[in-house]
Design a protein around this ligand. Sequence first.
Ligand code: KG4
Ligand code: ZN
Length: 337
Amino acid sequence: MQKDIYILGIESSCDETAAAVVKNGREVLSNIISSQIVIHRKFGGVVPEIASRKHIENIMPVIDEALAKANLALEDIDAVAVTYGPGLVGALLVGLSAAKSLAWALDKPLIGVNHLEGHIFANFLNDKDLEPPFMALVVSGGHTALLHVKGYNEFELLGQSRDDAAGEAFDKIARVMGRPYPGGPEIEKLAETGNPDAIHFPTAKLDNPYEFSFSGLKSAVLNYLHNEEQAGRAVNYNDVAASFQNAVVNALCERAVYAMQQSGLKNIVLAGGVSANKVLQNRLAETMEKIGCHLVHPTPILCTDNAVMIACRGHFMYQAGMRSPLDLNAQPSLKLK
Ligand code: KG4
Ligand code: ZN
């Protein structure tokens, strides 16, 4: 019988301090997340300096709790997986320093994980039968991209956003409509009672069918709000939210269909914070069924930032013999391959 493998995952790239233990890559033993959302909310977005300081306070208690929940001691861990980018440099350095110290003290392997690959791997926890190859649609606060996941450690970036990420547009529009950070869930809530066809917000038509662009859409919504205000007309925020969300979902579905048809792949996964959006999940699932494909998305708690996804990604890197040096540095602009 093969020995069980326990990976400790650590995540601190933005405003969540998180630690988790995953057994054999697919079984979650603990998932601890200390969110700073309430702290950053009064500033309308994440304040990097405050985020770093909060991570320092929270990192060791969160790691202790993750081990305690998993009923394991530090010595039982086979490797420490940690996000080293992309993200806020000061925030990343806190998790990375903790992970490096533990790996050194325990004499266990350190595995640096790309946060975005982690988001994709959150899907392995929801669908135990999921295996590469598949398509991944990454929609987070900082990235929107389509990737062909060819193997557990082989990815091909097909296209990404030329400008704003989808999540960024959600956050900005919510802020302008006076809604708290993070904007995605607020827009989704407003949209529930709005008409998605009330206002036509145009999305960019790009030459490259794998690329995205959301800055034009964002400006169109901001201009609409500004013009209505100038004209003294009352704005129906529910309709604005529903129409904007509809435009984003349409743009994402259109690119996803093209990518699936060109690749001949049968499975597509959603990854990143915006994948928590139920309208996106439902519409993409329906769209995929129509073309004979299948959508997998993470469970709600694993859509947004967490350390389970980092431990899961770390597990497959561990299995492939991938290790990071103890002088691994944070890479705030780390790219998808
Ligand atoms: O993946 P994530 O937690 O952090 C990054 O890696 O960027 O993504 C955060 C983004 C934010 O822009 C947030 O507004 C968006 O995900 N988001 C959503 C929803 N929940 C979170 N966007 C749309 N609908 C949601 N329900
Ligand atoms: Zn994220």
